[in-house]
Design a protein around this ligand. Sequence first.
Ligand code: CDP
Length: 221
Amino acid sequence: MPNDSFIIVAIDGGAAAGKSSTSRGISERYCLMHVDTGSFYRATTLKLMGAGIAPEEGDALSKGLAALDLGTSVTGNAASITISNWTPDASIRSQKINENVSRYAALPSLREFLLKYQRSQADVAKANGFKGLVMEGRDIGSVIFPDADLRLFLVADPEKRAQRRAKEGIQDSIQARDRIDSSRKTAPLKCPEGATLLDTSDLSLDAVIDTVSKMIDKLIA
Ligand code: CDP
């Protein structure tokens, strides 16, 4: 692959598997725009819950989604979703959102609503002069960018993941979310065929970033 081409790195995995820290590190090392799609589901969940819309398909959900005007703001290497000019803040990581986000994320209409928006982030990255995109989530390598240059699926022991969240001071429903995310019909959480599985349980963040960097170096060599 020539040095000046645009690369797409897809990083999927369960809750607290190390996706965000890895994606941030990789985005800095290779000047890639970092997109955290979990924040899209969290932010839309907050908005839908705020409008009193239950996590079920129907007219209320269709109307609620139609009222959400999506945009993007880029700060440093990170792109953030904006919804009707609101930029998501720490409130999308509250216990209430942790407990409910997977129920909304299982709704096909919400996933369809966010599909094009997620793909459009490649154009945002190009327009902002990035050398590529690193996008993290649950279905990036399977549904959003199945032809990504590199598709990774991160896993880690449940205890290690719980420790990571506790260290961040966040109360989270890691296993409950993973259960719902893995068993939903639309775009379930699973390592897609052909993706590279990386177990981060016993690796430091630096070691994970170095491992992924070697894969990217091979791609762009
Ligand atoms: O940070 P953590 O891995 O714990 O979660 P997140 O990436 O912020 O994602 C929050 C929730 O959004 C997940 O538990 C999924 O229910 C949903 N999600 C999804 O369904 N598809 C994605 N591409 C990203 C997140």
